[in-house]
Every structure is written in C-alpha cells, then in structure tokens.
Design a protein around this ligand. Sequence first.
Ligand code: SF4
Length: 161
Amino acid sequence: MAKQKTGERAETTSKMKSAWWEDGVRFACQGSGKCCVSHGEFGYVYLTGEDRTNMARVLGLTRSAFTKKYCTKTDGVWHTKDREGSACIFLEGKRCSVYEARPMQCRTWPFWPEVMNAKSWAKEVKAFCPGVGKGRLIKAEEIRTALAAQEKWEDELKSGL
Ligand code: SF4
C-alpha cells in the first residue's frame, strides 16, 4: 500500500530550512502502483475521518458502512484492511480505484517528513519509485507545502480525527 511508515516523524518541516532538496526535486508519478504495495518497513494506509468520508462518498457508502467494510484499527488509528499479497485493497491492477478521493498519505507521497532526508530518500524512495527523476522540477516551496499537509494529517491521525 502507499504505505505509511509506522515510526515517528524524523524531522519537522521547520527543521528542513536548508534541506538537500532546496533546489527542487524532479518527480512525476509513472503509475507503477509500487507505492500501493507494502515494502520493507512501510506498513498501512492510514485514514483520518476526513479520508474515510471522502472515500465512502466516491463508493456510494456511508462513512460507517465504509469503515466497517474496508477499515480496521491498530493502536487506536484507522487504516485500510490488509489484502493478501500486501497490496492496498483499493489497488486494481496498477490503478487506484478511489483515486479522486485517495487519502492524504497517497496525495503527498513521496514528500513525507520521514523520507525527506538524503539517506531515506535514496533507500526508501529512489530505489523503488520510478517517478523519481522524471517530469517537472517540484520546487522546494511545493515540497514544504506537501510536508506541512502531511504533518497536519499525521497530527490529526494521532488525535483521532
Ligand atoms: S488508496 Fe489508492 S493510491 Fe492509496 S495506496 Fe490504496 S490504491 Fe494506492
């Protein structure tokens, strides 16, 4: 799954003022679906209440029906149920079946605080994501915006929103 690492946030955006990505990063999703399959330390597709509401809507379900059918909780945090083979339950072939309502962690990938250090970027992103190095240059300001959105979302997850 576009799988969120279960560990703690490595650095906050405010500590990344002079980051290695200050000149931007070339990235464009290649539709490989690789970020929707578990790999190594990455775990679940976590969902806030807002994520569940949005996903339920595109599937024509109430939020409670969606949650009952597709979600489970670990350590008090909602995430999608696992599917055998470790792919996200919403991955159909290489395509996300709820793309327009995909959760925040899928929208902000690969600009997550825990991988935006040079070591993690090389090992956990560049090594397997074919979108790295492709497409337009994503400017530092856009990366900061994605990181801030991801941090806010992680805080909401932890507070049970
Ligand atoms: S919700 Fe969609 S984009 Fe996110 S991991 Fe699942 S299939 Fe991939």
